[in-house]
Design a binder for this molecule. Structure first.
Ligand code: AMP
Length: 374
């Protein structure tokens, strides 16, 4: 790929915080960011050079957007197949529509991961109530029932602990196509974000350890507190999957470490990921910069971290009431997403605390770093 010269325009589909941080990274490399979003005052449009405002499923809007850009990328996966084809017919699109389609559907995604020789939780696809009974008999309980499409932050999923939970879960999630996964009794959740350039070169960030609260990411710690052999396995898996997908850009790989130390892949996302926000402050080039470098045909930067880091999400209006205190707390690096509406459960910003390399403290030390943030 010939490198995209500075002064050109990178189109970003999506106006959320990932689009905002991608737009900032693009600007730092001399590009104009052009956002596609239905909302004029979105986190991404606030920092971008220009925008097309309109619905993601409107062909005329998509065409206008594409024509205003030199190449196109995404901050989320869920653009319709017809929309992706239209964009790809007009401009280079990274990651490719085939990769975006594969990661829109949990069954296609699991087939790809297992097909690449990488283990996941045992799973079975479910489209009728009888199939659910069969899948439960085969996989056992506890298990997690999920919609195959459009689920995030725990939406579109139900934990099945006993046979008594099946009816309510089925009522809530059917008739959408579903997948049943055996519940993993995990020791911890981790993720690796790897950048892949079109020539196949790779740069993987260190493994992050992720803690969720109410199904939403609460805390990421880098590096993860796991044995080095497990960390190496996780990085190898992420690099292997990025190579197998031939992705141009980032691949975020969410994984479980089970009680035996085995690494199982949970989910893939071909884009920047919340669990990689620590790279903004702890690495010379963040996940957002690596993504822009990869899609623009620039050389990847080193993904080495200069510091250890803990990142905490600011979720819901209650977190933002702490903003003045965050600004006054030494050591906290604030990131505000500029969202107009502070609805409960919404990610409104994050804070990072850096530690000298090798100096990430234990539980109590991390708690103290974020003292008072809940
Ligand atoms: P997901 O939307 O698939 O990323 O799931 C959101 C969260 O639900 C994960 O980060 C886990 O905490 C939990 N979860 C999802 N699938 C499983 C599973 N098979 N076993 C145990 N926990 C799960």
């Amino acid at each position: 790929m010939t490198p995209l010269p500075p002064g050109h325009t990178i189109g970003i589909v999506g106006g959320g915080q990932l689009g905002r941080m991608l737009a900032i990274a693009a600007a730092r490399l001399g590009y104009h960011a052009h956002i596609l979003t239905p909302h004029a005052d979105s986190p991404a449009t606030q920092v971008a050079a220009s925008a097309t405002i309109g619905p993601y499923d409107d062909q005329a809007t998509l065409a206008r957007f594409a024509d205003a850009t030199d190449l196109i990328t995404f901050e989320f996966e869920n653009v319709s197949a017809a929309g992706l084809d239209l964009l790809a017919g007009r401009r280079p699109v990274h990651p490719s529509p085939a990769i975006l389609r594969a990661s829109q559907d949990r069954v296609t995604e699991k087939c790809f991961i297992n097909g690449a020789g990488i283990p996941t939780a045992l799973w079975s696809s479910v489209s009728t109530r009888a199939e659910l009974d069969r899948a439960v008999a085969e996989l056992g309980l506890p298990a997690v029932l999920k919609t195959t499409r459009l689920g995030y932050d725990g939406r579109g999923q139900a934990m099945l602990r006993s046979a008594a939970d099946l009816d309510a879960a089925w009522e809530r999630l059917a008739p959408k196509p579903l997948i049943l996964e055996r519940a993993v009794d995990f020791a911890c959740e981790i993720s690796v974000i790897v950048a892949r350039a079109e020539d196949g070169s790779l740069a993987a960030f260190d493994v992050a350890e992720n803690r969720h609260r109410n199904h939403i990411l609460d805390l990421s710690l880098a590096p993860a507190r796991i044995p080095e052999t497990t960390a190496e396995r996780a990085r190898d898996i992420a690099c292997h999957l990025a190579g197998a997908l031939r992705v141009t850009g980032l691949l975020a790989v969410e994984m479980f470490v089970d009680r035996d130390g085995q690494v199982l892949v949970n989910e893939l996302a071909p884009r920047p990921h919340n669990s990689g926000h620590w790279t903004l402050d702890a690495c010379p080039a963040s996940q957002f910069e690596q993504h822009i470098r990869a899609i623009a045909g620039l050389p990847l930067a080193s993904a080495a971290r200069h510091s250890d880091a803990a990142m905490k999400n600011l979720v819901g209006p209650e977190a933002l009431t702490l903003w003045p205190r965050i600004l006054a707390t030494p050591g906290l690096i604030p990131h505000h997403y500029g969202k107009r509406e502070a609805r409960p459960g919404r990610k409104l910003g994050h804070v990072t605390h850096l530690f000298p390399r090798g100096g990430l403290p234990g539980e109590l030390g991390v708690e103290a770093a974020f003292a008072g943030l809940g």
